[in-house]
Write a protein that binds this ligand. Sequence first.
Ligand code: GDG
Length: 787
Amino acid sequence: MERMAKNRLIVASVRLPVTMTRGEQGWQVAHSTGGLVTALSSVLERQKFTWLGWPGAYVDEADRRTVTRELAKHGTSPVFIEQEHMDPFYQGFSNEVLWPLFHNLMERARFDRNNWRSYRTVNQMYADAIAKIARPGDVIWIHDYQLCLVPQLLRAKGLGCPIGFFLHIPFPSAETYRTLPVAEDLLRGLLGADLLGFHAYEYVSNLRMAALRVLGIESEPAALRLQSREVQLEVMPIGIDPGEIAEMLRTAEARKELTELERNYAGKRIIVGVDRLDYTKGIPQKLEAYEEFLHNHPEWRESTVLIQVAAPSRTGVEEYQNLKRSVDELVGRINGQYSTPNHTPVVYINQSVSRDKLAVLYRAADVALVTPIRDGMNLVGLEYVAARGQRGGTLILSEFTGAAHCMPGARLVNPFNTSQVATVLGDALENEGPNFETFAHMSRFVNENTSLFWAKRFLTRLEHLSGDPHHEAKLLRINEEPVLGLVKNARSPLVFLDYDGTLRSYVINPKEAVPDARILNVLQRLAEYATVYVVSGRDRRTLEDWLGGLPIGLVCEHGLSIKPPGGEWQDRTNVSGSALARFVRPLLEDFSRRTPGSAIEMKQAAIAWHYRGADPEYGSFQAKELLTRLEDLLKRRPYRVLRGNRVIEVRHEHVTKGSAVGHLLDRHPDADFLFCAGDDRTDEEMMNAIPKAWRPRAVTCWVGSRNVTADYWRESDASLLGELEAMIRIWRRGSAQPPAAGKGGRKKATASGPARAKKRTSTTQATASGRAPRSAPGPQRRAKKTP
Ligand code: GDG
């Protein structure tokens, strides 16, 4: 028996694997079947799990407890969605915008802002429901296009559980994707995941290009690099359960049906088609190709039959009703023209057929004709191969399916090329028997890449992420021990904060990252109790413009110059940019000329090449090339190359945030507590520079994800600000007079609180000497705000 996996799995999909219906005897549970249920069922047998989703019915408040209890018996948990949200969320946005758009059919997408609002609301409901049950150590797996925002919404909750997302449909080309009015929001939603899974590399590649063009994010084939963390990208085509099909075919009933079917079509070739009646499945294209084939091959007209199952789908939607009408007409036209009293060339079954009957149909068919105009994977071809087994067979498969990327023995066709499909069909029937060699390739894939294998592979990857050393850091909560004690007892605290990505989230244009009122307010209030430094890579002027009015210290250009609170800018080294201008600038100028939209920026002791304005793809390509050239050029020279957000910067190796932090700590020997937060590689240097002796009194926090460098982490700039606000509250309480002690509140400090409060009055003195004056023991109230 296989080992029970240690992590609990939380699965979320739009529908639950069970459906609740209200009958005469109250609520009843019915089990649904479907690809995902089959895929996960064997995994769920060996793992603790909870499956969240809509239970398939609108449930009144009064019944919700009963329904929840009933569902819990099946390992499921409901997300109750009201009808007013369900229609716009599910039909309005998921099916009328994302479904066509993701299948590259943007002209069919109908965007409506109200529907989008409901989509957001329902995704939030899912995130809330997951957060309510998730515990540390759980892994979360979200499914499909209806829940694209859930990963980011969950990340914002800082659960610390790895988040996986699998997209069952294609990801469209970036050009199509960009037409979505909410392209940026949706993409940010997906990128909240740690792991994104797709059926084919084509979709990964499309997503990467969309991330680059919509958000300016660069990536590699297997990972998308966000500023502070990575999103892993994986190609894992879903499989089926071939054992289940073999079992279905072994029953006496199935054998009887097969014999009957074969008797009915004795001497004829059977072509099978099985699809949901959906415009992506290419049913009209298939029928037109079959019609052309019959037209070109009179000899086959009475000896071949196309049995087409078209299971009704989304029947309330006008587009699907129109599709049904045109398929009805096409079938009528073909049968009208080519039927004889003894033979009908198209057997059209516009009903849902049971799975065991489908298996029999596949088994009997010489050819499977699968012609979607776009399909994430398509399981029908795989089911056909499994059902035929030793018999072999011919699979004619659209090249626009995910399956086409992994079924090497299939005859690939372009469904829009009617003549090609007709010709390939003719060839398949002309051949005396199937090609067993090519069929064997497909069999191997189907039998090895089972649905169980697929699910296990995804989960192993996801669990691995949770065991990653990068995940050792704890979620920062100022109000919890041991941080609370450190904060409370701090008398002379120091706070070092990176700016971009830490206090302010990234924007595509860095000039737009102006601090908002909340950031300014937090820094202003923090400075009442602590010595605060913003330690940034930004230039002096920008920091002055944005933060110069605050009573805080500033460190610019990764430590080149420091301005203490209330003091003047001082250069830390006499490193200048002139040497760089001499021998690096010509190379950058060359790249600038060759890369339209890119530009050079000369800083005081650095030179930067910005390619944000260039074509994103070409810019990234040129950047890689430039990095190689710089490596050669700077060998054995005291310069470092920093790769930022669409910028490459060259600076002197002595200028780092790490050396600046060392300098600041020396400058504040009385400091007794250090809080340091950052989010990128240059901040790792800052944290690594904190001496060991400081560690027990320091709280280091990484923003965006966990990182080995920091002891704590927070998922976003907004939540870090929330923690800083909590820190201010503690210090304010500490420096305030308790209500019992007198009127007026903050007259005299009585509880513990930072002594800095008082010290603030002598900032200039502190900066002039480079040392903070030693505070009197015991907490003190802040006497006066610095300007
Ligand atoms: C999405 C993606 C991706 C069909 N008619 C009947 C019936 N079926 C079964 C088939 C097959 C399934 O439905 C259809 O699967 P597909 O893969 O073709 O497509 P979608 O439903 O669109 O599924 C797709 C899939 O997710 C998994 O990731 O492959 O690309 O679009 O199993 O046999 N089943 C029954 N009666 C029918 O009449 N019982």
